[in-house]
Design a protein around this ligand. Structure first.
Ligand code: SF4
Length: 321
């Protein structure tokens, strides 16, 4: 089966800065792929590339191919890309207020998506809006549809943004840190609802997050980005059981657990380098507890690892430290 979304060796530049370097990913229907890494690792840029939005931020694909359902997104015209977004690719932003029009009632903002992309009448669009709101467990959907954005809580606004993303019946949802702005209990509810809807409808979800706890809960596969390169990409269970890349291991140790809940979190010392000061060899070597001299000299290739996985490290696998 051909993948719904495929990135093959994608490198992205903005002006003279090479920000993504040879990213290869695939996402099949019915699958949830978590894209993880710290701020500055290239997660959001990868999402923008997958949505064909790079030209809007002055970015361009310098090498590689991006295919959505077999169609080459790099070669298509902006009008063709725009037609895909909203209709076949839905997007959920980090901050619901940027996605909602403050001077339009909630229901009208969802209605317009299915009227525009599915050609529904006003009455049919409203019926669909109310059905979606109910599926998203929004109580008193009729009253909420008549409300203004400022009258809703943050969690409720994010559910509305999810309803908007689903209203065009997309095949792929790209969610960029969809719960970051919400409190912890609401975060868990929204992620579970989103994952259930994706499973029920056989959609594909690219979930961008820095939260490995969320990934462990709902993802099928995990892709770990570091400084614009793919560090590791594997099914979720083995990656948490035995991370192959030291950076993945460090990220998994950052998940708060019962024994670390009182503040003893495992931080990762240092910071992600910027494109202006990427280190030689493996870009993680200045922060890596396993680094040896080869690590600063030679960039590790992304190679097959374990069952159906890939890793870019000279010393992959468990082991000290
Ligand atoms: Fe660490 Fe070397 Fe592996 Fe990079 S290649 S992650 S520095 S062990």
């Amino acid at each position: 089966m051909s993948p719904l979304l495929e990135l093959q060796g994608v490198s992205v530049a903005i002006a003279h800065a090479q920000l993504l370097d040879g990213i290869s990913l695939r996402l099949d229907r019915g699958q949830i792929l978590g894209l993880v890494g710290e701020s500055g690792s290239g997660k959001s840029l990868t999402a923008m590339a997958a949505m064909g939005l790079l030209p809007l931020i002055g970015g361009r694909v310098t090498t590689g191919a991006i295919r959505f359902d077999g169609q080459d997104m790099v070669q298509m015209t902006e009008a063709q890309r725009r037609a895909l977004r909203g209709r076949r690719i839905g997007f959920i932003t980090q901050n619901p207020m940027t996605a909602l029009d403050p001077v339009q009632r909630i229901g009208a903002q969802i209605d317009v998506v299915s009227r525009l992309h599915l050609g529904l009448s006003s009455a049919a669009a409203r019926a669909r809006t109310l059905e979606l709101m109910t599926q998203l467990r929004i109580p008193e959907a009729g009253a909420v549809a008549e409300a203004w954005p400022h009258q809703l809580s943050g969690g409720m606004k994010q559910r509305i943004v999810i309803a908007m993303a689903l209203a065009g019946e997309p095949d792929l949802i790209i969610a960029d840190e969809p719960t970051t702005a919400l409190d912890v209990t609401v975060q868990a509810q929204i992620i579970q609802i989103l994952a259930a809807l994706v499973r029920d409808r056989g959609l594909a979800l690219l979930l961008i997050t820095h939260d490995m706890g969320v990934v462990a809960q709902v993802c099928d596969r995990v892709a770990v980005l570091y400084a614009g390169r793919l560090a590791e990409e594997r099914p979720v269970d083995p990656i948490f059981a035995a991370p192959a890349h030291p950076y993945t291991r460090a990220l998994t140790l950052c998940i708060p657990r019962d024994d670390t809940a009182r503040g003893a979190l495992h931080g990762i010392p240092g910071a992600v380098p910027t494109a202006l000061n990427y280190p030689s060899g493996c870009r993680f070597h200045p922060r890596c507890p396993k680094a040896v001299s080869a690590c600063s000299a030679t960039q590790p290739a992304l190679v097959a690892y374990g069952e159906d996985g890939r890793v870019a490290c000279h010393l992959p696998g468990p082991g000290a430290p």
